[in-house]
Design a protein around this ligand. Structure first.
Ligand code: SOE
Length: 385
């Protein structure tokens, strides 16, 4: 596992926990944690339960006893590490968004296609696909319970950047992250929407905004943010704070998307609502164990959204965990991701989301940026009557 901050910790618990709850065809061993700083890499390996630590990912990738490389680094290292690992014959799990740009993502997807010819697979970590309630929504859509999809309404709202004194972390640096709220959390919404509907986004009209253009330079990273020294100098924010866009889908649906890390009070509101000709589903990660479902074919006097508690043995993933009615949390989606990945690798089949699917998400991100940059498309509200 390369990288051991927030995402590294989430992935590490998944690798350790998966075999205790799910019958797996292969047993994962968290062999080495790789970081840039010796002391921190050693401490991370101890805390996360890895057998070894290293500060040299190239050396680790070259080892015969490593079968899979899990990339949890900032985005600027994804391409180099993923391509090297695939060429060395290692399976790859890479955090989202896959890359910083479409060309970079395509290079990675090309390497994945070549590797797959010899049974070496790559997968991109759009982890929310493994949320039981969203997997249930997917099942309903595939069963035709929503009919033809007409509307997609997706918001991903967080607030950890609301204060203009929150320090300048790598997620605010275009060079490292590619984009801001758009790529960090909007990419999840795009992937979820396309995966659920089975339709791809083929056009967008977008706006981006950076509300806080400089922030105190980071002294110590912790979690998503960290600490700046008192009176620290300020550096430029080079990414968007918020993105809003409308989208057309290949199957005719219309989409409205919003992503921000400044929606004060919304901590991790990853929401999606889909309306079809026969029914609707609605989900909010802040109530991750629930799916709202409206069945338009119910008798008129019984119509309305019902709240399904997605904690039952018949629901995706949940049967492996706790007795009926007991819920799951954020970390479980990463465990499910690892379970699906290991199961696919053992079967010699391509796990999903593939790098090619992640390229498609990257193309949407790119189109949003291009659309937002074209100010001529904004219609002013003043002007000739
Ligand atoms: C930060 O906004 C973040 O950690 C994302 O990078 C993750 O992908 C998401 O799961 C939670 O929020």
């Amino acid at each position: 596992m390369i990288g051991h901050a927030f995402m590294g910790r989430a992935h590490a618990q998944a690798w350790r926990t998966a075999p205790h709850f799910f019958p797996l065809p292969l047993q994962p061993v968290l062999a080495v944690v790789v970081g840039r700083d010796e002391g921190r890499a050693r401490a991370a390996a101890e805390n996360l339960g890895a057998e070894e630590w290293s500060i040299d990912w190239r050396e680790v990738i070259a080892r015969d006893d490593i079968d899979l490389v899990d990339i949890c680094t900032p985005g600027d290292q994804h391409a180099e590490i993923a391509i090297a690992a695939l060429r060395a014959g290692k399976h790859v799990l890479c955090e989202k968004p896959l890359a910083r740009s479409v060309p970079e993502a395509i290079e990675m997807a090309d390497a994945a296609v070549i590797a797959a010819e010899s049974g070496v697979f790559a997968m991109c970590g759009f982890s929310y696909r493994r949320t039981p309630a969203l997997a249930l929504a997917k099942r309903f859509i595939e069963e035709g319970r929503l009919g033809q999809i007409r509307h997609v309404r997706a918001q991903y709202l967080q607030d950890w950047l609301s204060s203009s004194e929150a320090p300048l972390t790598w997620r605010l640096d275009k060079e490292k992250a590619g984009s801001g709220a758009l790529g960090d959390i909007g990419a999840h919404s795009i992937d979820t929407a396309q995966w659920l509907t089975g339709q791809s986004i083929d056009g967008v009209s977008a706006m981006l905004r950076t509300f806080v253009t400089d922030r105190p330079v980071l002294a110590h990273q912790a979690g998503l943010g960290g600490r700046a020294e008192d009176g620290a100098e300020r550096g430029p924010v080079t990414v968007d704070d918020a993105a809003a866009f409308t989208a057309t889908f290949s199957g005719g649906a219309l989409g409205v998307f919003e992503s921000t890390r400044m929606a004060l009070g919304r901590r991790n509101a990853n929401r999606i609502e889909i309306n079809g000709e026969r029914g609707s589903v609605a989900f909010d990660f802040e109530r991750m164990n629930e799916l709202e479902f409206h069945d338009g074919t119910d008798p008129e006097d019984a119509q309305g959204f019902r709240r399904i508690q997605v904690t039952e043995p018949s629901h995706p993933y949940t049967g492996a965990w706790w007795p009926t009615g007991h819920g799951l949390g954020y970390e479980h989606v990463f465990t499910h991701q690892v379970v699906d990945l290991i199961t696919a690798i053992a079967a010699g089949t391509q796990p999903s989301p593939t790098f090619a699917e992640a390229v498609q998400v990257q193309q949407v991100l790119d189109a949003v940026e291009r659309s937002a940059a074209d100010e001529s498309r904004l219609t002013a509200t003043t002007g000739p009557a």
